[in-house]
Design a protein around this ligand. Structure first.
Ligand code: ADP
Ligand code: MG
Length: 693
């Protein structure tokens, strides 16, 4: 039996550990310095470093590392041992305050969008004391931010910290203007993580999975997800064993792993943690993804985090549950018993509505990637159009306010399911809407567009900043007003009326919604280059500049990095397809065709007609020719586009020239897969991959 409370957080230098190992004076002054966001003085930093080191050594650590989140999408670490030589030829274990606070590395070796050239390479990692240090792989990992020598940000954590501070300040101002004082406002986030698990032996037989994390070929299996029998279904023993080990490992890292279940597609699953402070949630989600991959391999499984590993079944997302909380733990998005009279709630709600409507483009581009392009708008995930869902109850409240009418509360109905045989319960006043990209779900918003592989920082930076801008405006108006209640009501009404086009409570998957959204002037951006090219628009430079999130130069650098990443992903995918077609698919088809022609000749020699063989041979022959012609076109196009050094032009060319050719090649090869004999087909099929674990 495992003792979960004892296990929990045992790898983390958490608050309790810190209190135990620091003098009371040091502990209190550390807490005070961190909550005020002030720099640590040298002596205090040394005391903390020493305590951390002693704790880490007890946990088996020999090294320390600054753990950071460069623009690669994954985390980075460089281990340094604690050893320090002493006079008798021996060593002692040493870790200084300076080493804790700041590290130095080569910034030019990480994606930097031209901000760093190889000759001016220095970069710094700087400790984020608001996120806890932990021990992993024999090293004390210290969560850090990463910036260039010249101060430009090169990572995902810094803008997240900046935007959290900005929204916190503006929310505090707004509350203060309403006479509601709180020490701080924090952003809380709970990311639900979807993933696929497949057998490792099968994975190793597919170059596409190895090189790109998704299948580039594969005909639909006879059974997909149409029976709806996987969602919440019984968890098979091998998967359950993985989930149990994963939960245990995550708990050791202090991650509040809470819910685990099967998802909609076969072989798809989900893990949801209990929400926490945003930067901790972001760090922990990175760690969760790393552990998922690692622990899967211990079970001879592979965890696929790509947004669309398999065509024809659901892709994987990461629902970003977002809210604001006061220092007393009051959830500011809790509507309370009488939402219509809850002015702080209504103001924050309308600030979110205004922020999302004004900055649809930033939200859309914050979730843009080659992988997510296959998911968004594919009638399973939210559409590529950003819109919001409020639910019936809040809609009625907002409509009443906007039309100066009285809101009449819908009574929550009691449900009596089996004539008293099972307990009665109260029905929610609002149903769920699974198709909405940005849905109010009772006491939080759920942004459903981020892809499963994403670092949640960027989407949250955009939400925080967009909402902060509206909160800022509201706070200013209220601070300057004599009659706060009247002003608040006007702000709510006017803002709602100005931005209500963003609200859509219907079916987001429908064709009618696309038409309707167009009429409302909402953006519908279905691909990554188009989304990213909006990053440096004047509006965005102004917003992100005004709140100190990014300079214009940093925005350009980020866009460059993301566009390059898109190009590289498509380039690798195209080259993998070419290799698999030339070296595996075509030779296998030829083998099958040879067998068929031998059969035809044999039968001809004894005067028996070979109708089936001849028909099959003809069909395969036609498809093989088409596949071969298409692969040649793809080769030429990839060479040509790949040579283009300009990321803007190249990304658009990848989208318009390479992407459709890849789809065409896939179509012919998938047709071939359906008719070529199983034993001739060179790699595991969807049936094998999706139903093997
Ligand atoms: P569902 O999305 O199915 O309604 P839950 O209500 O369990 O599921 O919430 C899903 C996620 O939302 C969980 O990670 C949960 O911790 C998180 N969540 C709940 N309340 C908040 C909040 N106030 N702020 C941020 N995330 C929250
Ligand atoms: Mg959810």
């Amino acid at each position: 039996m495992i003792n979960v409370p004892e296990l929990f957080s045992s790898y983390v230098f958490n608050d309790g550990e810190m209190r135990k190992r620091l003098s009371e004076e040091d502990y209190l002054s550390f807490k005070k310095t961190v909550s005020a966001g002030l720099p640590l003085d040298k002596e205090l930093a040394s005391a903390v470093a020493d305590a951390m080191k002693n704790w880490a050594i007890e946990k088996g650590a020999t090294h320390f590392t600054h753990w950071f989140q460069p623009m690669t999408g994954i985390t980075a670490e460089k281990h340094d041992s604690f050893i320090s030589p002493v006079s008798d030829g021996k060593v002692i274990m040493n870790f200084s305050g300076k080493e804790l606070i700041k590290g130095e590395g080569d910034a030019s070796s990480f994606p930097n969008g031209g901000l760093r050239s190889t000759f001016e390479a220095r970069g710094y990692t700087v400790w984020d004391p608001t996120s806890f240090a932990f021990v992993k792989d024999g090293a004390l990992c210290i969560p850090t931010a990463f910036c260039a020598y010249s101060g430009q940000v090169l990572d995902k954590k810094t803008p997240l910290l900046r935007s959290s501070k900005v929204i916190s300040q503006q929310a505090k101002r707004l509350l203060a203007a309403l006479g509601k004082h709180t020490d701080s406002v924090t952003v809380t986030v709970g990311p639900e993580q979807e993933y696929f698990l497949i057998d490792k032996d099968m994975y190793l037989k597919r170059k596409d999975l190895i090189f790109t994390g998704r299948t580039l070929f594969g005909a639909n299996p006879p059974k997909g997800q149409e029976m709806d029998d996987h969602y919440y279904g019984n968890i098979r023993p091998r998967v359950l064993a993985f989930m149990e080990d994963l939960d245990k490992e995550l708990w050791k890292f202090g991650i509040l792993a809470k819910t685990r279940h099967n998802e909609v597609a076969p072989a798809q699953h989900e893990l949801a943690p209990i929400y926490t402070v945003i930067n901790v949630a972001a760090d922990q989600n990175q760690l969760t993804m790393e552990m998922m991959k690692k622990i899967a391999e211990q079970h001879n499984l592979i965890c696929l985090l790509n947004e669309k590993p398999f065509a024809g079944v659901n892709g994987s997302g990461k629902h970003d549950n977002w809210s604001l909380s006061t220092s007393d733990g009051e959830n500011l998005l809790n509507p309370g018993k009488n939402p219509q009279d809850n002015l702080p709630f209504l103001l924050i709600l309308t600030a979110v509505i205004a922020g999302v409507d004004r900055h649809q483009d930033l939200l859309r581009l914050s979730v843009a990637s080659a992988g997510n392009d296959h998911r968004l708008g594919a009638s399973e995930a939210p559409p590529a159009i950003v819109s919001m869902y409020l639910g019936d109850e809040l809609m009625a409240v907002m409509e009443a306010i906007s039309t100066d009418t009285q809101y009449v509360r819908a009574k929550s109905k009691k449900m009596n399911m089996a004539d008293g045989l099972i307990p009665e319960f109260k029905k929610d006043t609002t149903d769920r809407n699974r198709t909405s990209p940005f849905a109010f779900t009772g006491n939080k918003f759920e942004f459903r567009m981020p892809g499963s592989e994403f670092n949640i920082s960027c989407p949250n930076v955009m939400i925080n900043t967009a909402v902060a801008e509206a909160l800022d405006e509201f706070a200013t108006a209220l601070e300057n007003s004599e009659d706060k209640e009247k002003t608040a009501k006007e702000l709510i009404k006017n803002t709602y009326n100005a931005h209500k086009r963003i609200i859509f409570n219907g079916n987001g998957y429908s064709e009618e919604w696309k038409e309707e959204a167009k009429k409302r002037g909402l953006l519908n951006i279905d691909n990554t280059p188009e989304a990213l090219l909006r990053y440096p628009d004047k509006k965005n430079v102004e917003l992100l500049g005004k709140y100190g999130i990014f300079t214009e130069e940093e925005i350009h650098a980020r866009m460059e990095i993301l566009l390059e990443n898109y190009c590289k992903t498509l380039n690798i995918e195209a080259r993998t397809m070419i290799e698999m077609t030339n070296k595996e698919i075509l030779p296998s088809c030829m083998e099958y065709m040879r067998m068929l022609s031998d059969e035809i000749s044999k039968k001809a020699s004894i005067c028996i007609p070979a109708l089936t063989e001849t028909d099959l041979l003809k069909k395969i022959s036609v498809l093989v020719d088409k596949a071969y012609d298409t692969v040649k076109i793809l080769e030429l196009a990839t060479d040509r586009v790949g040579a283009n050094k300009n990321a803007h032009t190249a990304s658009v060319n990848y989208r318009t020239a390479i992407f459709p050719t890849m789809n065409e090649l896939r179509k012919y090869c998938d047709e071939l897969e359906k008719i070529v004999g199983k034993k001739y087909w060179p790699f595991p099929t969807y049936s094998d991959l999706l139903f093997s674990v």
